[in-house]
Ligand binder design. Structure first.
Ligand SMILES: Cc1cc2nc3c(=O)[nH]c(=O)nc-3n(C[C@H](O)[C@H](O)[C@H](O)COP(=O)(O)O)c2cc1C
Length: 222
């Protein structure tokens, strides 16, 4: 968590007042908390001949929600990944840490801070995907501390994306893309890192039109 993000959260907590703050402290449950990932895609047809992999990291559990907290049954980025699959027929690969991130939000923030400050490469559980058959790889993650979680760097170090089109995907609370697309562009000099998509975490289930337009803009659906 950057100071900037922490400051904004503090401001939001002040703005929502005592009731909101109490809800935040007791872990209120927002509307995004329990609904399963959407499977109702607007009419769309996967573009023939395109092989797409969505490789994503996502953490369920206690998270930020409009200045308070919620408990996510499915992480926001995983919801978006499912919506992309439903619309485009993309394959999904979920990046799972060997040491799971804490369920408690503040503890996850602390661990991320340590990992970002030390440049850690948290280990990934299980085998990495074979990316050979794919021409397009969507790299999905939440924004953590205004950057990509360090486990995305572990992933990049373990796979060869030479010649692939890479599309950044993030979900966030306030920070937007946060330069994560530029980070991938700098890291993946032998790939084409094209226009990414940033979706606000609280609104992932309403993001169908934006997701559809983004996929269509990259000729991944018609
Ligand atoms: C450890 C941690 C750090 C976060 N840092 C930021 C941040 O710097 N900027 C921001 O907009 N949101 C931040 N968030 C909020 C998440 O980016 C947002 O809730 C996202 O949609 C979560 O996706 P996920 O459920 O797929 O993990 C942070 C959340 C966590 C748990």
């Amino acid at each position: 968590m950057t100071d900037q993000f922490s400051r904004r959260v503090a401001l939001r907590a002040t703005a929502v007042g005592a009731a909101g703050l109490a809800a935040a402290l007791t872990g209120c449950s927002g509307p995004g908390a329990t609904r399963p990932a959407s499977t109702t895609a607007a009419a769309s047809t996967p573009a023939p001949g395109r092989r797409v992999l969505v490789a994503f990291f996502s953490r369920a559990g206690e998270n930020y929600f409009y200045g308070g907290r919620t408990n996510l049954a499915i992480g926001n980025t995983e919801v978006v990944a499912g919506m992309i699959r439903d619309r485009s027929g993309a394959d999904l690969y979920k990046i799972e840490p060997v040491e799971p991130y804490p369920n408690r939000y503040d503890e996850a923030v602390d661990r991320n801070k340590q990992e970002q400050e030390s440049g850690a490469l948290p280990a990934i559980a299980g085998a990495l995907p074979g990316v050979g058959p794919y021409d397009t790889v969507i790299l999905g993650s939440p924004v953590w501390g205004s950057r990509a979680p360090r486990i995305m760097s572990t992933f990049l170090a373990g796979i060869d994306l030479v010649g692939k089109t890479v599309l950044p995907l993030v979900t966030y609370a306030v920070s937007g893309m946060s330069g994560i697309d530029e980070f991938y562009r700098d890291a993946l000099t032998t790939s084409t890192v094209d226009r990414g998509l940033a979706v606000q975490g609280e609104k992932v289930r309403d993001a169908g039109p934006d997701i559809g337009n983004w996929l269509r803009g990259h000729n991944l659906i018609s």
